[in-house]
Design a protein around this ligand. Sequence first.
Ligand code: HPA
Length: 252
Amino acid sequence: MRFADFQNPCPETAIVLGSGLGAVAEMFEVESEMDYAEVPGLSTSTVPGHAGRFILARHRGKPLLIAQGRRHLYEGLTAQEVTAGIRFMHRIGVKRVVLTNAAGAIHPDFAVGGLMLITDHLNLQGTTPLLGGPHFHDMSEVYSALWRKRTLAVALSLELKLHEGVYAGLLGPQYETPAEIRMLRTLGADAVGMSTVPEAIQARALGMEVLGISMLTNMAAGLSKTPLHHSEVVAVGREASEKLGQLLVGAV
Ligand code: HPA
Protein backbone atom coordinates (compact mmCIF):
# COMPACT_ATOMS: atom_id res chain seq x y z
CA MET A 1 0.00 0.00 0.00
CA ARG A 2 1.10 3.53 -0.57
CA PHE A 3 1.31 6.65 1.53
CA ALA A 4 -1.32 8.42 -0.54
CA ASP A 5 -3.89 5.68 0.18
CA PHE A 6 -3.96 6.89 3.75
CA GLN A 7 -5.04 10.35 2.77
CA ASN A 8 -7.84 9.55 0.40
CA PRO A 9 -10.08 9.96 2.28
CA CYS A 10 -8.11 10.73 5.41
CA PRO A 11 -9.00 8.79 8.57
CA GLU A 12 -9.92 11.19 11.40
CA THR A 13 -9.60 8.52 14.09
CA ALA A 14 -6.72 6.19 14.92
CA ILE A 15 -6.19 3.38 17.39
CA VAL A 16 -2.79 2.30 18.73
CA LEU A 17 -2.82 -1.34 19.84
CA GLY A 18 -0.54 -2.41 22.68
CA SER A 19 1.08 -5.71 23.75
CA GLY A 20 -0.91 -8.77 22.73
CA LEU A 21 -3.81 -6.59 21.59
CA GLY A 22 -3.08 -6.77 17.85
CA ALA A 23 -6.05 -9.10 17.25
CA VAL A 24 -8.41 -6.21 18.00
CA ALA A 25 -7.81 -5.13 14.39
CA GLU A 26 -9.86 -8.14 13.29
CA MET A 27 -12.99 -6.49 14.68
CA PHE A 28 -12.78 -3.92 11.89
CA GLU A 29 -13.09 -4.21 8.14
CA VAL A 30 -9.46 -4.19 6.99
CA GLU A 31 -8.78 -2.49 3.65
CA SER A 32 -5.01 -2.36 3.39
CA GLU A 33 -1.80 -2.56 5.41
CA MET A 34 1.57 -0.82 5.45
CA ASP A 35 4.68 -1.74 7.46
CA TYR A 36 6.04 0.98 9.75
CA ALA A 37 9.34 0.59 7.91
CA GLU A 38 7.70 2.10 4.82
CA VAL A 39 7.05 5.36 6.65
CA PRO A 40 10.06 7.69 6.87
CA GLY A 41 11.09 8.07 10.54
CA LEU A 42 9.34 4.90 11.66
CA SER A 43 10.82 1.45 12.20
CA THR A 44 9.58 -1.97 13.18
CA SER A 45 9.21 -3.03 16.80
CA THR A 46 11.67 -5.48 18.35
CA VAL A 47 9.26 -6.72 21.04
CA PRO A 48 7.40 -10.06 20.79
CA GLY A 49 3.64 -9.47 20.67
CA HIS A 50 4.10 -6.22 18.75
CA ALA A 51 3.65 -6.30 15.01
CA GLY A 52 4.73 -3.11 13.33
CA ARG A 53 2.20 -2.00 10.76
CA PHE A 54 -0.52 0.45 9.99
CA ILE A 55 -3.87 -0.94 8.98
CA LEU A 56 -6.36 1.13 7.07
CA ALA A 57 -9.80 -0.10 8.06
CA ARG A 58 -13.37 0.97 7.58
CA HIS A 59 -15.78 1.44 10.42
CA ARG A 60 -19.42 2.37 9.83
CA GLY A 61 -18.43 3.64 6.42
CA LYS A 62 -15.62 5.86 7.68
CA PRO A 63 -11.87 5.21 7.33
CA LEU A 64 -10.02 4.27 10.51
CA LEU A 65 -6.28 3.98 11.01
CA ILE A 66 -5.01 1.21 13.27
CA ALA A 67 -1.38 1.09 14.44
CA GLN A 68 -0.66 -2.52 15.29
CA GLY A 69 2.28 -2.41 17.69
CA ARG A 70 4.30 0.51 19.03
CA ARG A 71 7.86 1.44 19.89
CA HIS A 72 8.99 1.83 23.50
CA LEU A 73 11.55 3.91 25.36
CA TYR A 74 12.94 0.71 26.88
CA GLU A 75 14.10 -0.38 23.42
CA GLY A 76 16.69 2.37 23.82
CA LEU A 77 14.77 4.93 21.77
CA THR A 78 14.18 8.58 22.55
CA ALA A 79 10.73 9.97 23.35
CA GLN A 80 10.87 11.74 19.97
CA GLU A 81 11.44 8.41 18.24
CA VAL A 82 8.63 6.52 20.01
CA THR A 83 6.16 9.24 19.08
CA ALA A 84 7.01 9.42 15.36
CA GLY A 85 3.84 7.44 14.61
CA ILE A 86 1.69 10.03 16.35
CA ARG A 87 3.26 12.86 14.34
CA PHE A 88 2.71 10.81 11.16
CA MET A 89 -0.96 10.42 12.06
CA HIS A 90 -1.28 14.14 12.70
CA ARG A 91 0.44 14.91 9.40
CA ILE A 92 -2.07 12.87 7.40
CA GLY A 93 -5.00 14.49 9.22
CA VAL A 94 -5.88 12.21 12.14
CA LYS A 95 -7.64 14.22 14.86
CA ARG A 96 -8.43 11.67 17.55
CA VAL A 97 -6.39 8.76 18.82
CA VAL A 98 -7.17 5.85 21.14
CA LEU A 99 -4.06 4.62 22.93
CA THR A 100 -4.35 1.08 24.28
CA ASN A 101 -1.85 -0.79 26.39
CA ALA A 102 -1.24 -3.79 28.58
CA ALA A 103 -0.80 -2.78 32.21
CA GLY A 104 -0.31 -4.24 35.65
CA ALA A 105 -3.22 -3.69 38.05
CA ILE A 106 -2.40 -1.80 41.25
CA HIS A 107 -5.86 -0.82 42.52
CA PRO A 108 -7.02 -3.49 44.99
CA ASP A 109 -10.46 -3.76 43.33
CA PHE A 110 -9.04 -4.54 39.88
CA ALA A 111 -8.64 -8.08 38.53
CA VAL A 112 -6.67 -9.68 35.70
CA GLY A 113 -8.45 -9.42 32.35
CA GLY A 114 -10.24 -6.19 33.32
CA LEU A 115 -10.23 -2.91 31.40
CA MET A 116 -9.35 0.52 32.76
CA LEU A 117 -10.21 3.82 31.15
CA ILE A 118 -7.24 6.11 31.77
CA THR A 119 -8.39 9.29 33.50
CA ASP A 120 -4.90 10.74 33.89
CA HIS A 121 -1.27 9.66 33.99
CA LEU A 122 1.91 9.95 36.03
CA ASN A 123 4.90 10.52 33.78
CA LEU A 124 7.66 8.64 35.62
CA GLN A 125 9.69 7.95 32.50
CA GLY A 126 12.09 10.82 33.01
CA THR A 127 11.58 12.15 29.52
CA THR A 128 9.03 13.65 27.14
CA PRO A 129 8.75 14.09 23.37
CA LEU A 130 8.50 17.85 23.93
CA LEU A 131 12.17 18.27 24.97
CA GLY A 132 13.43 21.23 23.00
CA GLY A 133 9.90 22.55 22.52
CA PRO A 134 7.12 23.40 22.23
CA HIS A 135 7.37 24.39 25.89
CA PHE A 136 4.81 24.65 28.70
CA HIS A 137 1.90 22.79 27.17
CA ASP A 138 -1.18 22.49 29.36
CA MET A 139 -1.72 18.88 30.47
CA SER A 140 -4.74 19.33 32.71
CA GLU A 141 -6.96 17.16 30.50
CA VAL A 142 -4.77 14.80 28.50
CA TYR A 143 -7.52 12.17 28.21
CA SER A 144 -10.67 13.78 26.79
CA ALA A 145 -13.39 14.00 29.46
CA LEU A 146 -16.15 14.02 26.83
CA TRP A 147 -14.78 11.00 24.97
CA ARG A 148 -14.36 9.17 28.30
CA LYS A 149 -17.97 9.89 29.20
CA ARG A 150 -19.13 8.50 25.85
CA THR A 151 -16.93 5.43 26.26
CA LEU A 152 -18.33 4.74 29.72
CA ALA A 153 -21.82 4.90 28.20
CA VAL A 154 -20.76 2.41 25.50
CA ALA A 155 -19.37 0.06 28.19
CA LEU A 156 -22.63 0.32 30.11
CA SER A 157 -24.67 -0.52 27.02
CA LEU A 158 -22.44 -3.58 26.41
CA GLU A 159 -22.74 -4.57 30.09
CA LEU A 160 -18.98 -4.47 30.18
CA LYS A 161 -17.18 -3.48 33.39
CA LEU A 162 -14.90 -0.53 32.67
CA HIS A 163 -12.78 0.73 35.58
CA GLU A 164 -11.39 4.26 35.63
CA GLY A 165 -7.99 5.17 36.98
CA VAL A 166 -4.56 6.75 36.80
CA TYR A 167 -1.88 5.11 34.64
CA ALA A 168 1.70 5.32 35.85
CA GLY A 169 4.15 5.22 32.94
CA LEU A 170 7.56 3.81 33.87
CA LEU A 171 10.64 3.38 31.72
CA GLY A 172 11.05 -0.41 32.13
CA PRO A 173 12.14 -2.73 30.62
CA GLN A 174 12.21 -4.64 33.91
CA TYR A 175 8.97 -5.04 35.80
CA GLU A 176 8.63 -3.16 39.10
CA THR A 177 9.62 -4.31 42.57
CA PRO A 178 6.88 -4.74 45.19
CA ALA A 179 8.28 -1.65 46.97
CA GLU A 180 7.96 0.37 43.78
CA ILE A 181 4.35 -0.76 43.41
CA ARG A 182 3.60 0.37 46.99
CA MET A 183 5.20 3.71 46.13
CA LEU A 184 3.07 4.02 42.99
CA ARG A 185 -0.09 3.28 44.97
CA THR A 186 0.87 6.05 47.41
CA LEU A 187 1.36 8.37 44.45
CA GLY A 188 -2.18 7.68 43.26
CA ALA A 189 -1.55 5.15 40.48
CA ASP A 190 -4.15 2.49 39.70
CA ALA A 191 -2.25 0.70 36.94
CA VAL A 192 1.33 0.60 35.70
CA GLY A 193 2.92 0.18 32.30
CA MET A 194 5.83 1.17 30.08
CA SER A 195 4.16 3.01 27.21
CA THR A 196 1.38 5.44 26.25
CA VAL A 197 2.56 8.52 28.19
CA PRO A 198 4.91 9.93 25.51
CA GLU A 199 2.30 9.34 22.79
CA ALA A 200 -0.44 10.98 24.86
CA ILE A 201 1.76 14.03 25.53
CA GLN A 202 2.72 14.30 21.85
CA ALA A 203 -0.86 13.92 20.64
CA ARG A 204 -2.12 16.60 23.05
CA ALA A 205 0.65 18.97 22.09
CA LEU A 206 -0.54 18.61 18.49
CA GLY A 207 -4.11 19.35 19.54
CA MET A 208 -5.38 15.81 19.03
CA GLU A 209 -8.08 14.31 21.25
CA VAL A 210 -6.84 11.33 23.27
CA LEU A 211 -8.55 8.32 24.81
CA GLY A 212 -6.52 5.79 26.82
CA ILE A 213 -7.56 2.23 27.67
CA SER A 214 -5.48 -0.23 29.70
CA MET A 215 -5.94 -3.96 29.51
CA LEU A 216 -5.07 -5.27 32.98
CA THR A 217 -2.99 -8.31 32.03
CA ASN A 218 -1.59 -9.07 35.49
CA MET A 219 -1.64 -7.93 39.09
CA ALA A 220 1.37 -5.66 39.67
CA ALA A 221 4.47 -7.01 41.41
CA GLY A 222 3.88 -8.12 45.00
CA LEU A 223 0.09 -8.25 44.56
CA SER A 224 0.03 -11.84 43.36
CA LYS A 225 2.13 -14.87 44.29
CA THR A 226 3.44 -15.59 40.81
CA PRO A 227 6.37 -13.78 39.18
CA LEU A 228 5.63 -11.60 36.14
CA HIS A 229 6.34 -12.78 32.64
CA HIS A 230 5.89 -11.01 29.30
CA SER A 231 4.38 -14.15 27.73
CA GLU A 232 1.62 -14.08 30.37
CA VAL A 233 0.97 -10.41 29.61
CA VAL A 234 0.66 -11.19 25.90
CA ALA A 235 -1.51 -14.28 26.51
CA VAL A 236 -3.98 -12.46 28.77
CA GLY A 237 -4.05 -9.56 26.31
CA ARG A 238 -4.94 -11.96 23.49
CA GLU A 239 -7.68 -13.66 25.50
CA ALA A 240 -9.32 -10.41 26.51
CA SER A 241 -8.86 -8.74 23.10
CA GLU A 242 -12.43 -9.41 22.08
CA LYS A 243 -13.79 -7.44 25.02
CA LEU A 244 -11.51 -4.51 24.21
CA GLY A 245 -12.47 -4.80 20.53
CA GLN A 246 -16.17 -4.52 21.35
CA LEU A 247 -15.53 -1.45 23.45
CA LEU A 248 -13.43 0.17 20.73
CA VAL A 249 -16.02 -0.52 18.05
CA GLY A 250 -18.43 1.54 20.15
CA ALA A 251 -15.94 4.15 21.31
CA VAL A 252 -14.66 5.24 17.89
N1 HPA B 1 4.30 -3.47 34.90
C1 HPA B 1 4.74 -2.70 33.89
N2 HPA B 1 4.30 -2.85 32.63
C2 HPA B 1 3.38 -3.80 32.40
C3 HPA B 1 2.89 -4.63 33.41
C4 HPA B 1 3.38 -4.45 34.74
O1 HPA B 1 2.99 -5.14 35.70
N3 HPA B 1 1.98 -5.48 32.83
C5 HPA B 1 1.93 -5.14 31.52
N4 HPA B 1 2.77 -4.12 31.25
